[in-house]
Design a binder for this molecule. Structure first.
Ligand code: GYE
Length: 320
């Protein structure tokens, strides 16, 4: 499909195509690689950084014609987005699967159409593993384990914990829970409550307020599966007249600038990084797949942990 027609379709169908000007690096055959990217939505600060990273890497200047669809937190929108990419015959599909299950049919359609699918960020369930060529993401299980290692190292065994979980059925939430649970097991901690708060600030605030209502000052420690939920919870804890970071110690995952600021202010106690800057790696996998070069099954970003001192060191230049 020519660039002009692609751009026209993008405009007509309300898709966001790459910029129309600037010098493009074409592939060996002299044309741009067309990529359809179905993103989960814009639920968190991490997600905004992830979208920006992919948009930048999959730019026209870099040799790509990008069609981006924000699925607004609904899997049916994501499935429809993938289906529309198949219908349009893009060269490669990039999918950030909201939840693990439910992809078989639409990814089978992509396979029938000989369109390779690259997963970015979250994974899909094992039964669908033959339906994509590669995944670029983070190790969520390890992130959950790192959060728990801090809990174990700094907490009395009698500590009472609550958990704000990510989207039910998402690999990020399932694997973070698995990693966390594995490491805290056998240490005697009590988990008072654990509930889905949708990876959003508003969700974190609401669910934490309900936890406080129910358990009062029994709660000593909060594990929030992403920064945004932890930041929302800070508001709920303050509204209940308690001091976040002191009366209730808090560990979160993502490592966004907002969380590092709270860590430095003492309202968060520990932050585990989940790297959202996956664009360059995704672009290189897409290029390889398109030109028939072999790719690895998984490309996993390296994540680190932050205490107050580490946060202070990086804050000035932290990219997200
Ligand atoms: O932690 C959260 C986002 O899937 C790793 O999704 C991602 C998670 C991330 O909404 O902030």
């Amino acid at each position: 499909m020519t660039i002009t027609r692609r751009a026209m379709l993008g405009g007509t169908l309300g898709l966001v195509a790459g910029g129309l000007t600037g010098c493009a690096t074409a592939d060996a055959s002299g044309s741009l690689i067309s990529v359809g990217f179905a993103q989960t939505g814009a639920e968190s600060t991490w997600r905004a950084a992830n979208t920006a990273s992919l948009r930048k890497a999959l730019s026209r200047r870099n040799g790509f014609e990008l069609m981006f669809i924000d699925s607004q937190g609904r899997q049916e929108n994501e499935i429809a987005a993938v289906r529309s990419f198949v219908t349009r015959g893009v060269d490669v599909i990039v999918l950030a699967p909201m939840v693990e299950g439910g992809w078989r049919d639409v990814l089978e359609e992509a396979r029938q159409a000989h369109i390779p699918v690259v997963l970015e960020d979250r994974g899909i369930d094992a039964s669908g593993s033959s339906l994509y060529v590669s995944r670029v993401g983070d190790d969520f299980r390890h992130e959950g384990a790192l959060a728990a290692e801090w809990v174990v190292a700094t907490s009395d065994p009698a500590t009472r914990i609550v958990e704000l979980l990510g989207t039910t059925g998402s690999s990020a939430a399932l694997e973070r829970s698995a990693g966390f649970d594995e490491v805290i097991a056998g240490h005697g901690f009590t988990v008072l409550d654990a509930q889905d708060a949708g990876f959003t600030r508003a969700g974190g605030k609401e669910v934490m307020a309900a936890f406080l209502q129910k358990h009062g000052d029994d709660i000593q420690l909060l594990f929030a599966q992403n920064d945004d939920m932890g930041l929302g919870a800070i508001q709920a804890i303050r509204a209940a007249g308690l001091e976040p970071g002191h009366d209730i110690r808090i560990v979160t995952i993502d490592g966004t600038r907002d969380a590092l600021v709270e860590l430095i202010a003492g309202r968060l106690n520990h932050v585990v990084q989940c790297n959202p800057m996956l664009g360059p790696q995704v672009a290189s996998v897409v290029r390889a797949v398109h030109s028939g070069r072999p790719v690895k099954r998984e490309y996993i970003a390296t994540d680190r942990v932050f205490d107050t001192r580490a946060a202070k060191e990086v804050l000035a230049t932290w990219p997200y």
